[in-house]
Write a protein that binds this ligand. Structure first.
Ligand code: NAG
Ligand code: NAG
Length: 248
């Protein structure tokens, strides 16, 4: 800038020192200076425009850069979110599988260690004369979860394999006999004989027995006749039959 001014000054001095210039007005020097200054102003204006243009370019560049960064960040966050949800999904599937396996294992063990609720109690047998081999039908069923006992056959059928305890309580009127035996399939488990010529009488019999699922236990008359009769006097003397699974 200082160089340009010096140059202008030099030129103007050399022009001004021209002594006999007819066309030159008195103000020629000033006019020329003014003209040059206008040129310079125009040049400066152009320079300013260029600077402005560059500034605008920088602004645009900055805006574009920010937009790109924002876009990149958004897509990274999106990807992270997707990764996260697929990881969670994998964890869920894994947990479900583990849970299912644990449940299956638990059910296996449960069947082995938990004794199911199996027992029954029944009374009210037939009180007519008994004949040999007649199965005693204890008709009033008090408890029978698992429905092992049938009042229509008088037999208990084991729903599961295990160790069972059976009881029979047998009462007779004076002068009447009761000759009963508890049977497992075809074999005798325990027998009882009741008789008193003056009084009512009762007896109780118990037996432990191992049964397979489907095997039956019942009570039958081992010796029949007209003086063979059972007695039941509610609620004092119950002729009854019962049993329970105690171990499997
Ligand atoms: C998304 O998971 C892929 C594959 O496991 C991995 O390469 C990428 O870096 C993860 N992206 C983010 C943002 O976590
Ligand atoms: C996991 O188990 C739950 C409950 O049974 C179920 O609602 C869910 O859909 C299962 N998820 C998968 C991924 O299998």
């Amino acid at each position: 800038m200082a160089g340009i001014l010096q140059l202008l000054l030099l030129i103007s001095v050399s022009v001004a020192s021209e002594p006999s210039c007819p066309a030159c007005s008195k103000y020629d020097y000033e006019e020329k200076m003014l003209e040059r200054m206008i040129h310079m102003e125009l040049a400066f204006e152009k320079l300013g425009e260029k600077v402005q243009q560059n500034l605008n370019n920088i602004k645009d560049e900055k805006k574009r850069f920010l937009e790109q960064a924002e876009h990149k960040l958004a897509s990274l966050m999106d990807e992270a979110k997707k990764n996260q949800s697929s990881t969670l999904q994998k964890i869920e599937v894994d947990s479900n599988n583990t849970l299912e396996q644990a449940m299956a294992a638990f059910n296996d063990i449960k069947d082995q260690i938990v004794t199911p609720l199996v027992y029954f109690n029944a009374h009210s047998p037939q009180t007519s004369s008994l004949s040999t081999g007649e199965v005693i039908m204890y008709k009033t069923v008090q408890n029978n979860p698992s429905n092992g006992y049938s009042s229509t056959t008088g037999k208990f059928t084991a729903p599961v394999r295990g160790l069972y305890l059976f009881l029979m309580h047998t009462c007779t009127h004076s002068k009447y006999f009761a000759l009963l035996k508890m049977m497992k399939e075809g074999s005798v488990l325990i027998s009882t004989q009741n008789y008193d010529k003056d009084h009512y009488t009762c007896s109780s019999s118990q037996v432990f027995v191992q049964l397979d699922a489907g095997e039956s236990v019942w009570v039958q008359c081992s010796s029949g006749g007209s003086n063979r009769q059972l007695y039941e006097d509610h609620p004092y003397r119950w002729t009854s039959f019962g049993g329970a699974l105690i171990h499997n």
